[in-house]
Design a protein around this ligand. Structure first.
Ligand SMILES: NC(=O)C1=CN([C@@H]2O[C@H](COP(=O)(O)OP(=O)(O)OC[C@H]3O[C@@H](n4cnc5c(N)ncnc54)[C@H](OP(=O)(O)O)[C@@H]3O)[C@@H](O)[C@H]2O)[C@@H](O)CC1
Ligand SMILES: [K+]
Length: 518
């Protein structure tokens, strides 16, 4: 799914109106009616108090449509106009009149004294600002946002939590609605997926309002939200005549005394994702552990307790390096020589990233499309600190371009950056915040590259499957008891799930309701 920025959304909006011969007012009616249906199907006519706060632009227009449907369905609704400007749009005015024709005259909010009483148990619909936000809310509008937030009432944001920009950081964090849920139009917004906005964006879902898909595709958006639809075309099915050599040979390098588990997990993951052969290269102290834990793998050993010589004989297709290897001096010196001589594709994780951060002159030796999988702290050591999440993304993009590498930034929504392209993962949950989870990811990506996946596709698919295991597991296990080994236990289910068709019954029902006008 594409992620559009604010300018692209406006362009797609205009293009849809002219190409598809649909009027702007009908587009609004269709979009906002879907929001009403969403609420109606959940409330089923309950008498709960609903406050609809409408701005004077088209986001406010959506709010007026929702308010009208709520009135017509007998809900206990109050609608207000947040009059932060006199530049009312045509669509706003038409829907304002349609509401008045029903005999409902929304009061105008011009200052703090006009704020209505809102109780914790009510519902607020936030239609104050949407995609047209050009600056941070100020004055009484900001006060109103703070007032709504202060009540801790459930707030349903239309398109955006008001005050949130789609593609730049919020500076005044006191001027943004803290939405309980957001119904956003056509595409997810990048801002929703960044940790800095966690207080404003809770759950969200995309409402398809029928913007012209061909036009959107031709905009060539660089940001992608990775769901099953994006994974299906990446997945490579197996050929009947294939053999283990067809699926490559992964070599996992890592481990040190006390951290043999990390390299063991990565080795198991490379095997489990389907690498034809898997070898591990680790300090001698880990030999028995690895052979017993992963009997399918071959093992070569280095010095006693830490890597030093990197003198393996394995002829691998791909090397995954870093898990548990430590950063002691002899490991670092050997790593330097290894990187300078290596010609094989690489996946670099954990301490191997830290060693690159200590000695950045090694970056120029990395083969093109090397995959680096840092968590935020490792990333900071590598590229320096950032002021906000958007700057962080820019810095990773520059780093990716400068060194021809793919960066997998691990987080609640793991982001894969390949030059200007960003792929943001949709799967996963806090069950994955557990020791060894990153080591497994390294093994998965390595094992996929071994099988012939392009490194970027291996990163996208590996991250998606890794997250999916935790999503599937939560149907029968708790967050707490899910461990890195559980990722591998559920890997099979995650792969099989790619081919399961999701019947999005709710969406079908919603669409039917729109058509019926119920
Ligand atoms: N995309 C689509 O296809 C569809 C879109 N639809 C809906 O349209 C929404 C976009 O509508 P929109 O462009 O009218 O913008 P919106 O956010 O309502 O407000 C803009 C107004 O706010 C003003 N303003 C801005 N910042 C301000 C500030 N800090 N403080 C004070 N004023 C400020 C700004 O003034 P200006 O910056 O020009 O001075 C302008 O007057 C979109 O989110 C969706 O809900 C749907 O109907 C279906 C189809
Ligand atoms: K809004």
């Amino acid at each position: 799914m594409f992620i559009l920025n604010s300018k692209q959304i406006s362009e797609a909006d205009k293009a849809t109106i002219s190409i598809n011969n649909i009027s702007s007012i009908d587009l609004m009616e269709h979009a906002a009616t879907q929001c009403f249906n969403w609420l109606h199907s959940r409330l089923q006519g309950q008498g709960i108090k609903i406050h609809v706060f409408c701005g004077i632009g088209n986001n406010g227009g959506d709010g007026l449509v929702i308010a009208r449907h709520l009135y017509q369905h007998g809900y206990n609704v109050s609608c207000y106009i947040v009059n932060f400007s006199d530049k009312r749009t045509d669509e706003f005015l038409i829907n304002y009149n349609r509401l008045k024709e029903l005999g409902e005259w929304p009061p105008i909010i011009k200052s703090e004294k006009d704020f209505p009483k809102v109780a914790f148990e009510d519902i607020v619909i936030d239609a104050i600002f949407g995609n047209g936000l050009t600056r941070e809310p100020e004055g009484f509008t900001k006060k109103l946002i703070q007032y709504i937030n202060h009540t801790r009432v459930f707030t349903l944001a239309i398109d955006f939590p008001s005050g949130l920009f789609s593609d730049e950081s919020v500076i005044d964090t006191g001027a943004v609605i803290k939405a309980g849920h957001t119904l956003t139009f056509q595409t997810p917004k990048l801002a929703f997926l960044l940790p800095e906005n966690k207080d404003f964006v809770n759950t969200w879902e995309v409402i398809d309002i029928g913007l012209d898909e061909n036009f959107i595709k031709n905009l060539n958006p660089k940001s992608h939200y990775i769901t099953k639809n994006e994974i299906i075309p990446i997945y490579k099915s197996r050929n009947k005549w294939s053999h283990k050599g067809t699926y490559g040979h992964s070599l996992i390098i890592g481990g040190s005394f006390g951290k043999i588990g990390a390299v063991t997990l990565a080795t198991r993951a490379a095997l489990k994702i389907g690498s034809g052969l898997v070898s591990a290269y680790l300090p001698k102290c880990g030999y028995n552990i690895l052979q017993i834990s992963v009997p399918e793998a071959m093992v070569e050993v280095d010095n006693d307790a830490a890597l030093e010589y990197y003198n393996f004989k394995t002829k691998a297709t791909i090397i995954g390096i870093g898990p548990g290897m430590g950063t002691v001096e002899k490991t670092a010196l050997g790593f330097e020589l290894f990187i300078k001589e290596n010609k094989l594709p690489l996946v670099i994780d954990a301490d191997a990233i830290n060693l690159l951060s200590i000695n950045k002159s090694l970056l120029k030796y990395l083969p093109k499309n090397t995959v680096l999988t840092p968590h935020p702290k490792e990333l900071e050591r590598l590229i320096g600190s950032w002021k906000n999440d958007f700057e962080k993304l820019e810095k990773i993009t520059d780093f990716s371009k400068d060194h021809n590498v793919i960066v997998v930034l691990k987080g609640a929504h793991t982001i894969i950056i390949n030059e200007d392209n960003k792929y943001i993962n949709s799967t996963g949950n806090p069950a994955l915040a557990t020791a060894g989870s990153g080591d497994v990811l390294t093994g998965l990506i390595t094992g996929l590259i071994a099988q012939g996946y392009e490194p970027i596709n291996a990163a996208i698919l590996g991250v998606y499957l890794h997250g999916k295991t935790a999503d599937l597991a939560l149907q029968e296990t708790s967050y707490e008891t899910f461990t890195a080994s559980s990722i591998l236990d559920y890997l099979s289910d995650a792969i099989l799930d790619i081919f399961k068709q999701d019947m999005d019954q709710e969406k079908i029902e919603d669409d039917e309701e729109v058509e019926d006008g119920n």
